[in-house]
Design a protein around this ligand. Structure first.
Ligand code: XMP
Ligand code: MG
Length: 179
């Protein structure tokens, strides 16, 4: 698996250090409250697991699975709910945990959906952001790292469902895509 990686963009240590900083900031933002932390599956599951361990306020968690990519590397613009939330968001302080924002289509769809369900507040924390890919005007309140406009894998992010379990984020060798 490591042999398929052309370049490591962000190391395991850098990721873990940044997550501790984000956790500290979010603990201040949500002091005295109990946010409903929503993991956007599948990509955000590893980030979610590490992030909630460094948030010091009580949180409740739920999971939502959406799909816009399939096995391709570019957004189709169509967001499909694969798994909806189990708990109502009405009146809740919602924190959406995303792996990566590219076009912004997935996130803008999610925000509209949760607003329509009358959540009290919505904040977004994304570990990675590729602002060059944006087609809608949208920014996360909390961002871990800004990345160049390249397809990346690792730390939850996949290519055709593989590489999610790499502890760092990197770029695949070009020949992997042409296989
Ligand atoms: P949009 O374009 O809707 O995309 O902002 C967000 C979702 O697209 C996936 N995505 C990636 N997945 N490597 C990946 O493995 C990437 O470089 C990448 N860029 C976008 C991801 O699922 C994200 O939630
Ligand atoms: Mg994917």
């Amino acid at each position: 698996m490591q042999n398929d990686i052309q370049e490591i963009l962000i190391s395991e240590e850098e990721i873990q250090q940044r997550i501790r900083e984000l956790g500290a900031q979010l603990s201040i933002e949500y002091a005295g409250r109990t946010p409903l932390v929503i993991c956007v599956l599948k990509g955000a599951f590893i980030f979610m697991a590490d992030l909630v361990k460094v948030i010091t306020v009580p949180v409740e968690m739920d999971f939502m699975a959406v799909s816009s990519y399939g096995a391709s590397t570019k957004s189709s613009g169509v967001v499909k709910i694969i798994k909806d939330l189990d708990v109502p968001v009405e009146g809740r302080d919602v924190l959406i945990v995303e792996d990566i924002i590219d076009s912004g289509l997935t996130l803008s769809y999610l925000i509209e959906l949760l607003q329509a369900r009358n959540s009290k507040s919505i904040s977004v924390v994304t570990l990675f952001d590729k602002p060059a890919g944006r087609t809608v005007n949208l920014e996360a309140g909390y961002t871990g790292f800004v990345l160049p406009d390249e397809f990346v894998v690792g730390y939850g992010l996949d290519y055709a469902e593989r590489y999610r379990n790499l502890p760092y984020v990197g770029v695949l060798k070009p020949e992997i895509y042409s296989n």
